[in-house]
Structure formats: structure tokens, C-alpha cells
Write a protein that binds this ligand. Structure first.
Ligand code: SF4
Length: 427
């Protein structure tokens, strides 16, 4: 039985208990949320739940992409992402020794690992037939089965990117017709072979593999807007409508499912984007890329992503895919990945505080009381990036008695404590 089938049968499994403990809620609450479909468990040695009323999670992507990329180099990026406390890792390798990269990742880390099997299927077809366009549906399902059997926790699949949606995109004259790497390659394959998307036409094969290995299905958005102007246009909405039906079919088959979202979304459309997905996809967990509320923050896109991600989380997005400072310019290095995870964690946390999540509120409260008490050690421990906080404090303020160099002798907190606050409030 899959996790979803267990939940629907009223069973509370060990992994549900582990998640309940980690999230500070009851196992029954987790079981019910999974049965309702608004929460999924990405199973691994260190399982993670994504969903309603839980802490918003963060995912970092790596992968062999450029000719000179190495598995060692990607593992350094993963190390940086884990140090920044990402919740999951996606291996999105498109070239090189993809099998070796994936097994190295799966054997080295405990958190859930996600993949996009189409990338390997296209790569292997290139190797086998001399052209990725000669890939067959059977080739794809062979790769998907292999990856699932190795312990991949979740898979991004463009099941809703159909010919109808492609036709709509053509008619709509988008500024950026297609930005999704996977989506554009799949559509290229569909048009070249004059063939409907097999992830849609053979969706039952997708479901049977996910069911066999209890892999969480993550519907990738081929029609993700690549710029503000294309946000919430007809091709994007049409794809969400198709995905809504597939979400139902996946749940009926006992397969956990979440939906990936955009991308470039202006601030005033983030609420609508999230609520539309939640409505049309039956409250499935929402995994957003960013979002990016401006097209012009290049080299600082992690800041844009943090702004958009915080608002998306506040309105109900459950899972944030990092955007690094290198987005739109080139491949990120380990420092970029670290910065991207930190930026998304700040966004997730700000969204959780605004949503009233008790643990998020308690964290900020504890930080504020430690700040009032000038307890630097505790502030460092509580900060989003303790190592950087400690380094900066040592460089700039450690020679001060208790205040910091910001105000020095005029430290307001010190003055307040001295004159106004003789009764210390218990946390
Ligand atoms: S010196 Fe200023 S910034 Fe530093 S702790 Fe005191 S009030 Fe805060």
C-alpha cells in the first residue's frame, strides 16, 4: 500500500508519526491531511512533508549541465545547500554520467531527492540513436522506472503540456513562448514527431510506476511564464485545468501528487496564481519556482525570489524552489546555491509567520527576546545563517561590552533595560 492508500484506510504509519513529531502536530492530523490530498510525504531516510498548515519547505536544484561539470562539483553545491538547510535536493542532470551522479547523491544524503526523468531519457536517446528526438515513450518509461527503483522520492513530469496547450501558446503570442527546459524539449519532441504528449496519453503508465515505488508525482509546468507580461495567460491556465483532472486521477490511483508553479509573477497576481492552483488542482501542495515579481533583478534574482516567495507562501504555497543570484546569467556555483537557499528560507519563514504558524512565530519571538537581552550567543544560534552572523558580529562588535557597534554607547536596548525594564518578562 502506498502512503496515500494507508492514510485513506485510516492507518497511521511510522513515517507519518515521524513527520508529526518533526512538524509538532498529531499523527492523526498528518494522516487526515494526506488522505485529503493537501499534504504529501516525500519519503527518504529523512522524510519531509509538504502541505497545508505545515512549515513551508525549500528545495535546491543541482545537476550536470555544462560540459565541464563534475559530480564532485555538484556535490559541493549540495553540501552548501544542506549547510543552508534546504529540505530537499533535485538532481536535474541533463548530460554526463547521469546514473553515477544520481547514485552518488542518493547514497550521500538523507533528505528526499527529486529528479526530472525526461532529461535522462533525452540524453540516453541522443547517445543511443544520435538524436534526442528519436526518444520513444518506452525509452522514457524505462528511465523513469530505473530512477524510481533507486529511491528517488519525487519526480517532475510535464503531464499537462499537451498539443492543445501548445496551440494556445502559439495563438497567444507570448513574449517568452517557452522557458521551461523540460517543457520546451518535450514540445520540440511532440512537434517533430507529430505526436501528443505520451505523459498525458499514457498517464496510467506514469501512475503505475509511481504507485509501485510510492514516488510523489510533481506536475511540472511546461507553460510557466518566463516574464511578468506572460503571467496568468491562457496557455498557463489551460495547463492548470488539465493538471486538475490528472490530480484527481493520481489520487484515485493511490499516488501522492503536488503541482509545480511559476516563475515570473507580478506582485498583484501572486495571490490569484496561488488560489487558482489550489482551487483547480483540488488543494494539492503547490511547489513554486521563486516567484519572481520583476524581470529586472538579474544578478540579484534571489532577492526578487525572496519577495515573491514570501507572498506566495503567505497565500498558501507550500514548497519553494530556490532561485540563485546566477539565474538568467549562468550556472550557479556553491556560494550561489547557499545564498539561494538562505533567501528562500527567509521567504518561507516570513510567509509562515504571516500565516500564523506557531513554531515560526515562536522562533521570531525567541530571537526578539534574545536581542532585547543582548544575548549575542543565542541570537547567533537562532539566526538564519549562524556562521555569517557570528563572523560579522566578531568582525564588527565583539569588542563592545554587550551592545553592538550599530549604536555603541547609545544602545537603546541597554538604556531601556536600565531605566524602563527592571522586571524581565519570561519567554
Ligand atoms: S547597539 Fe543598537 S543595534 Fe546594537 S543592540 Fe543596541 S540597540 Fe540594537
Amino acid at each position: 500500500m502506498t502512503i496515500l492508500e494507508q492514510a485513506r484506510s485510516g492507518n497511521i504509519t511510522d513515517v507519518m508519526k515521524t513527520i508529526a513529531h518533526n512538524e509538532g502536530v498529531s499523527p492523526e492530523q498528518i494522516r487526515q491531511a494526506i488522505a485529503d490530498g493537501n499534504t504529501v510525504i516525500l519519503n527518504s531516510r529523512q522524510p519531509v512533508a509538504i502541505g497545508k498548515k505545515l512549515i513551508t519547505k525549500v528545495s535546491a536544484s543541482v545537476g550536470l549541465y555544462e560540459k565541464n561539470d563534475t559530480i564532485q562539483g555538484e556535490m559541493l553545491k549540495i553540501k552548501a545547500a544542506l549547510k543552508a538547510k534546504t529540505d530537499t535536493i533535485m538532481d536535474l542532470s541533463v548530460r554526463g554520467d547521469i546514473d553515477d551522479m544520481r547514485s552518488t547523491v542518493l547514497n550521500s544524503i538523507d533528505c528526499p531527492v527529486g529528479t526530472l526523468p525526461l532529461y535522462q531519457a533525452l540524453h540516453d536517446a541522443e547517445e543511443k540513436y544520435g538524436s534526442a528526438l528519436k526518444m520513444t515513450a518506452d525509452d522514457f518509461f524505462e528511465v523513469m522506472e530505473k530512477q524510481a527503483s533507486e529511491g528517488v522520492s519525487f519526480m517532475a513530469l510535464h503531464c499537462g503540456t499537451t498539443m492543445e496547450v501548445v496551440k494556445q501558446a502559439k495563438e497567444d503570442h507570448r513574449i517568452d513562448p517557452l522557458v521551461s527546459y523540460g517543457g520546451s524539449h518535450l514540445i520540440g519532441w511532440m512537434i517533430h514527431n507529430q505526436c501528443e504528449n505520451f505523459l498525458f496519453t499514457q498517464f496510467d503508465r506514469v501512475l503505475s510506476i509511481c504507485h509501485r515505488y510510492d514516488v510523489v508525482l510533481s506536475f511540472a509546468d511546461g507553460m510557466r511564464p518566463g516574464c511578468i507580461a506572460d503571467s496568468l495567460d491562457r496557455p498557463q491556465v489551460q495547463e492548470i485545468l488539465i493538471l486538475g483532472n490528472l490530480v484527481k486521477r493520481a489520487r484515485e490511483a493511490g499516488v501522492q501528487v503536488m503541482v509545480k508553479g511559476p516563475g515570473h509573477v507580478p506582485l498583484d497576481e501572486i495571490e490569484t496564481t496561488v488560489k487558482l492552483q489550489k482551487k483547480l488542482c483540488h488543494d494539492a501542495p503547490y511547489f513554486v519556482f521563486g516567484c519572481l515579481p520583476t524581470d529586472s533583478a538579474v544578478s540579484m534574482d534571489h532577492i526578487s525570489s525572496a519577495i515573491g516567495g514570501a507572498i506566495a507562501s503567505f497565500y498558501g504555497a507550500d514548497f519553494l524552489c530556490i532561485v540563485t543570484p546566477a539565474e538568467h546569467i549562468g550556472m550557479p556555483d556553491a556560494d550561489d546555491v547557499f545564498t539561494g537557499v538562505i533567501a528562500s528560507r527567509i521567504a518561507a519563514h516570513a510567509g509562515d509567520v504571516a500565516k500564523g504558524h506557531p513554531d515560526a512565530i515562536a522562533w521570531d519571538r525567541e530571537m526578539s527576546v534574545s536581542r532585547r537581552e543582548l544575548d549575542w550567543q543565542h541570537q547567533i544560534e537562532l539566526s538564519i545563517d549562524p556562521e555569517t552572523t557570528e563572523r560579522m558580529w566578531k568582525e564588527r562588535s565583539s569588542n563592545f561590552s554587550s551592545e553592538c557597534s550599530m549604536c555603541g554607547d547609545y544602545c537603546a536596548l541597554k538604556i531601556v533595560t536600565k531605566y524602563l525594564h527592571d522586571e524581565r518578562e519570561v519567554i
